[in-house]
Design a binder for this molecule. Structure first.
Ligand code: ATP
Length: 356
């Protein structure tokens, strides 16, 4: 568990947080530019000293201004990964990792380091210098170097932002692997809803230095007051289990408390495999009665739990699908014609799904 209470005043900006974050898994920090994401990470790292602060990471107090406690950065067991890995240009990947390791009070032994190298798939890169590596490969080496110091928390500030789409797609599976195999918490700053839905378990939304929302991913992603609920990328995630395959139609079926969904064929996923399905709000439409002759396969009963005005004649609808929250973007005219109200029973039609 991480407890982070900070009050920090700049000339034109105030950071005021009171956060309780999980002690494992990925917490995504999301918010508009200037909302304070980097400042929050810098406070956790001890690079910024708030006027008032309390920070406890997995049972250890790193800062308690009421009692004059402030561990300097070099005494905080943390890893910090930036947009671009600042590797020493004249040292090989292996020597870059060893550089910090030899000087640290606590670091990995050779077996532990080998496990990290394997987790990030950089074995074949160890004797290369940074100029011989791609941006994504440099990032993986930078992450390995951070992990080689046995951190209690990994801070990642837009680690994919400097990479092109192809490199991003290449590195995401390695981040997922970190997520599965590391037992330390990762705080992950991003502007990308795709990275949020793919990697995060917990989501913090910052706005103008304040915490607008903090909670489990599925709930927080679909809050009507969150900037994530608007725009083309707005989506919900459903935690489901595979329950069948129809290879002849190139489809698989998955089950969750809200019912059964058809998704693109998941050849590699045996029955009962857990999956995370992403549903774009723009792919969800609503009807009052169960449609009888529809080409849309995914039709499920739901209840309206919230309505909000969206951009340009749009209504954002929040629904309860057997306990799972789901967002729909429909036109305001449709919302009026259907007479949508909180509490109403409807049917959702889901036009498309994707595995994240
Ligand atoms: N050292 C500083 N002195 C004064 N103001 C600062 C300082 N550092 C940051 N700020 C201000 O604090 C606010 C938050 O900045 P921060 O970099 O934390 O935002 P962010 O959410 O990470 O933004 P981005 O997504 O663009 O990286 C900004 O208005 C910024 O100008």
């Amino acid at each position: 568990m991480i407890e982070a209470r900070f009050h920090l005043q700049f000339a034109d900006f105030t950071l005021a947080t009171d956060l309780h974050l999980p002690g494992s898994g990925v917490t995504a920090l999301f918010g508009h530019s200037g909302s304070g994401k980097t400042t929050l990470l810098r406070c956790i790292a001890g690079l910024q000293r708030p006027d008032n602060g309390f920070l406890q990471v997995r049972g250890q107090v790193w800062q308690d201004s009421a009692n004059g406690v402030f561990l300097p950065t070099h005494q905080r067991p943390l890893g910090y990964v930036f947009q671009e890995a600042s590797l020493f240009p004249h040292l090989t990947a292996r020597k870059n990792m060893d550089y910090g390791r030899k000087r640290a009070a606590q670091s990995t032994n050779d077996d532990e380091l080998a496990a990290i190298v394997d987790m990030l798939g950089i074995e074949h890169l160890l004797d290369k210098i940074p100029a011989q590596l791609s941006g994504g490969e440099r990032q993986r080496v930078g992450i390995a170097r951070a992990l080689a110091l046995k951190p209690q928390v990994l801070l990642m500030d837009e680690p994919l932002a400097a990479l092109d789409l192809k490199r991003k797609q290449e590195i995401l599976p390695f981040l997922e692997r970190l997520h599965r195999e590391l037992d330390i918490p990762i705080l992950y700053v991003t502007h990308s809803p795709q990275e949020v839905t793919r990697l995060a378990d917990h989501l913090v939304v910052l706005e103008a230095g304040k915490v607008l929302a903090s909670g489990a991913l599925a709930e927080t992603l679909t809050r009507l007051d969150s900037p994530l609920a608007e725009g083309k990328q707005a989506s919900s995630v459903l935690e489901v289990r595979v329950c069948g395959h129809e290879p002849e139609f190139h489809l698989s079926q998955v089950q969750f408390a809200g019912g059964i969904l058809h998704i693109p064929y998941q050849q590699a996923a045996a029955v009962d495999t857990p999956l995370r399905v992403r549903v774009y709000a723009r792919d969800v439409s609503l009807t009052l009665r169960q449609p009888e002759h529809s080409s849309i396969l995914n039709v499920l009963p739901a209840q309206v739990t919230g309505l909000a005005h969206g951009q340009a004649g749009q209504t954002v609808v929040r629904l309860n699908l057997g306990g799972a929250p789901l967002l729909a973007h429909i036109t305001r005219k449709s919302a009026v014609q259907l007479g949508l109200q909180v509490g109403m029973a409807v049917f959702v039609q889901i036009k498309g799904t994707a595995i994240v």
